[in-house]
Write a protein that binds this ligand. Structure first.
Ligand SMILES: Nc1ncnc2c1ncn2[C@@H]1O[C@H](COP(=O)(O)OP(=O)(O)OP(=O)(O)O)[C@@H](O)[C@H]1O
Ligand SMILES: [Mg+2]
Length: 425
């Protein structure tokens, strides 16, 4: 068992590409930590630095309390499983599973026993005498997993081990990985770009974008109380409503979120009121999930939006409605990509740091200082509000409908996408 601590870790690839930017994160003993983010955000780079397959440009890696930046991969007691679980093609499944133990000169009887035990746990007993080429994708990944487990490492690193499998197999193997690593109690860092996989598997999720850690917390924390607009949108399997609103405090009586044709009021007793009032007169971003809007009868009092139903969408387990309410919407704010500016070869630590300082402003700590909204941000479009209707389409296209707004579930972000009221962690 092992703990992993990343302290301000940066990776600049030769040629100057900044793949991971001052990232700090820990995985506790026995924890299943999922690294989640879109393609190219630096997940594999981070995992490979932990495994020792990629040099750390600056910052520190601690494995079980030991500074491990310069440890050779074989001295880290780490087993890694990749997307295409590479197996020895000329060895049988049995041979693949036993190989790591043969290398370690384990007693042959013990090897035989463990291989059988493991193949049972992974449901691949019938394949033991077959070659990898004759297995299905799911079976191959099970063998790859088995080969990692058989060594009894103190840390598992898994890089999208399920992404080549079909949906059914993914779900099945996901549950098995979850119960297996928990039964073994081995600290595991699991990389995926699939938010459902992350939410269902993780003890905690760390979300990355463009090499920067966006948020970390339990699945419920990052889903319900996301630190950034990026996290909120990325974790939504349906689309997230991201709306532009201006904060007003008329006669200081209450807070009003002015959405143009609609206004929502927030009383001073709301725990977020003070933080929001600091933005009086400014435009902010309000996020609301489709299930935070509830269709109500036309005359209903209380916070609500009103609009024309443009289309309805059937999703099997639910209906979604697209409501034209005349509210300007925004896209997820993206900070300017500092990586574009890194060309010119930032090799050593000192050089990297000085470039980072010049780019980001020395000493600046708040996100606002680091990432001013890029030029071009704010191109609002008139959006449809996406509303979850449950399993009954209460409206027809072309009708007008009213939705109650659950004010407690509004997520409030600055224009650069940072949370206005600090998330509770
Ligand atoms: N050896 C390299 N040299 C230069 N750039 C690299 C190298 N390896 C990766 N990169 C770049 O670093 C960025 C992060 O890559 P990485 O493989 O870590 O992303 P990822 O989050 O794992 O993406 P995916 O989900 O597609 O696997 C990418 O833009 C990639 O092109
Ligand atoms: Mg990757």
């Amino acid at each position: 068992m092992s703990t992993v601590v990343l302290d301000n870790v940066t990776k600049v690839y030769p040629g100057g590409f900044l793949a991971v930017d001052r990232l700090s994160l820990r995985a506790d003993e026995g924890e299943l930590l999922v690294l989640l983010g879109p393609s190219g955000c630096g997940k594999s780079t981070l995992l490979r630095m932990i495994a020792g397959l990629e040099e750390i440009t600056s910052g520190d890696l601690w494995l079980s309390g030991q500074l491990a930046n310069d440890y050779a991969p074989r001295d880290r007691d780490v087993a890694m499983v990749f997307q295409n679980g590479a197996l020895y093609p000329h060895r049988s499944v049995r041979g693949n599973l036993s190989f790591p133990m043969e290398i370690a000169k384990t007693d042959p009887n013990m090897v035989r026993e463990r291989v059988v035990e493991l193949s049972r746990a992974l449901h691949i007993e019938e394949t033991l005498d077959r070659r990898p080429g004759t297995l299905s994708g799911g079976q191959r990944q099970r063998v790859a997993m088995g080969r990692a487990i058989v060594r009894q490492p103190s840390l598992f690193l898994m890089d999208e081990p399920l992404s080549n499998l079909d949906a059914g197999m993914r779900t099945e193997l996901r549950m098995e990985i979850s119960s297996l690593v928990r039964a073994l109690g081995v600290t595991t860092i699991y990389v995926t770009h699939d938010q459902v996989e992350a939410l269902t598997l993780a003890d905690r999720i760390a979300i990355m974008n463009r090499g920067v850690l966006q948020d970390v917390g339990t699945p419920a924390q990052v889903y319900n109380d996301p630190a950034t607009a990026f996290t909120a949108a990325f974790l939504n399997s349906q689309q997230l409503n991201l709306l532009a609103a201006t904060v007003r405090t008329p006669q200081n009586q209450f807070i009003m979120l002015d959405f143009g044709p609609h206004q929502i009021t927030m009383p001073w007793t709301d725990p977020r009121a003070y933080a929001v009032s600091q933005h009086t007169g400014a435009q902010i971003i309000v996020g609301i999930r489709p299930d935070g809007l509830t269709p109500v009868p036309e005359q209903t009092e209380g916070p609500s939006f009103f609009g024309r139903v443009r289309t309805l969408e059937y999703h099997g387990h639910e209906w979604l409605a697209y409501l034209e309410a005349g509210i300007p919407a925004v896209t997820v704010p993206e900070p300017p990509d500092p990586r574009r500016h890194m060309n010119g070869g930032a090799g050593g630590n000192g050089k990297t740091r000085s470039i980072m300082r010049r780019l980001l402003g020395a000493g600046g700590s708040s996100e606002e200082e680091h990432t001013p909204p890029p030029a071009g941000y704010g191109t609002h479009r008139r959006a449809d509000l996406i509303v979850r209707l449950g399993n009954r389409p209460v409206w027809r296209a072309g009708e007008h409908g009213r939705v109650a707004v659950d004010v407690s579930r509004l997520m409030l972000f600055t224009q650069s996408g940072a949370r206005i009221d600090p998330p509770r962690r």
